[in-house]
Ligand binder design. Structure first.
Ligand code: GDP
Ligand code: MN
Length: 361
């Protein structure tokens, strides 16, 4: 899970890495909160989980009187397609130099890969392309809990020596937060000292429980409901609802919809052995999306019983059309239940998808 910049900076501060002071606002109405931030100039930063915000117009700098207008501009923007819901407003730093520092897992050597460059900021990718030697690299086993000084020195080179302790502290953050990525770009010098002007921290999803982070926190309301039933559910932006059992079958259904030039509204895998109750909730969940015109239910009964699926569909009592393909265990009973209620059933996946694309258009 990728943490927001302000969350990452909060963690860095706890480990003794200075970050500029700031507040998070969630709408332009909260601009008065910015009075708590020091200085005449402020930096407004869209809190979105995409990189390269600066170049995409997600970082705005201005005087205090300009903040309301800048905040309105930022909240009305999409940064690389991601809407801006939170803005970090920080004191502006008089930067004298920008450095690059990052730590990742190098899977081939099973070590932590530490990168440092004496030039950082938004042009780092360009620098790596044109002069790869500018990026210093060190690999270290994560079993070593303190970064040895010889490695720190080799990384820092002729850059200011006070960067050394920042590298050691970030290494502790990396290990203790179960990170897959810890990055400070730019790490900046000012007359007042060093600061993490930006921060990225990606926590291994397998460690969320240990780190006390809710795995559901980035979900939409519908995705949260889906998670509570244990469905694998992803929202898409089409008109055809999709329910399948098994990730492969459900993915194949999406592929076929695409093939017939339809647009799926979602991916929903009810999982193996779903009973009528689960199927009912799945159908209601998908039908609850306003853009859904028709729903495809594609079930291959192995441990899932087709009669249970049929009862779930009927009990959901939704208004949209449901087109069903049932095959496998208790298929005859399932078909009889649906036929009795006037549902449309087709024998193959190809046929149900074709029919759904037609019905949706
Ligand atoms: P990113 O584009 O998503 O990596 O966003 P950053 O937070 O790294 O900001 C992009 C760039 O804006 C930085 O590389 C800096 O050059 C500039 N910037 C950000 N904050 C400040 C600041 O407080 N003072 C100055 N002078 N520049 C800043
Ligand atoms: Mn950055």
């Amino acid at each position: 899970m990728k943490l927001m910049e302000y969350e990452a900076k909060e963690i860095l501060r706890k480990y003794g890495i200075p970050a500029p002071s700031g507040v998070v606002i969630r709408s332009p109405d909260q601009v008065p909160e910015c009075d708590k931030v020091a200085g005449d100039r402020l930096v407004l930063k869209a809190q979105v989980e995409v990189g390269g915000r600066g170049k995409a117009g997600g970082v705005l700098i201005g005087g205090r009187s300009e903040v309301p207008a800048l905040a309105r501009a930022l909240f009305s923007r999409d940064i690389k397609g991601v809407p801006v819901r939170e803005v970090l407003v920080e004191e502006w730093l008089p930067i004298t130099h920008e450095y690059y520092l990052s730590m990742t897992i190098d899977r081939s050597s099973k070590k932590v890969l530490i990168l440092f460059a004496e030039a950082g900021g938004v042009e780092i990718e360009e620098l790596v392309r044109t002069s790869p030697e500018a990026l210093r690299r060190m690999r270290i086993s994560p079993l070593v809990h303190e970064l040895p000084l010889f490695m720190v020195r080799a990384l820092v080179g002729s850059a200011p020596a006070e960067i050394g302790p920042v590298i050691r502290k970030l290494y502790r953050v990396f290990l203790e937060k179960d990170a897959l990525l810890a990055e400070i770009n730019p790490l900046v010098t000012t007359e007042q000292g060093l600061y993490a002007a930006d921060a990225k921290l990606v926590v291994d999803d397998n460690a969320l429980r240990r780190q006390g982070i809710s795995a559901n926190r980035d979900l939409t309301d519908k995705e949260r409901v889906a998670a509570s039933y244990g469905f694998s559910y992803v929202e898409l932006d089409g008109t055809i609802g999709v329910i399948g059992n098994g990730a492969g079958l459900t993915m194949a259904t999406l592929d076929l919809i695409e093939f017939y030039k339809g647009k799926a509204a979602n991916f929903l895998d009810v999982g193996g052995g779903a009973d009528q109750e689960r199927v009912m909730h799945a159908v209601r969940l998908v039908a609850g999306v306003p853009s859904v015109r028709v729903i495809v239910v594609n079930i291959l009964g192995g441990i899932t019983r087709c009669d249970e699926v049929a009862r779930g569909i009927v009990n959901a009592g939704i208004s949209q059309k449901v087109i069903v393909r049932l095959a496998g265990i208790h298929e005859a009973e399932g078909r009889a239940i649906l036929a009795g209620q006037g549902y449309r059933m087709l024998d193959t996946m190809d046929e149900v998808v074709k029919a759904a694309v037609e019905a949706a258009s």
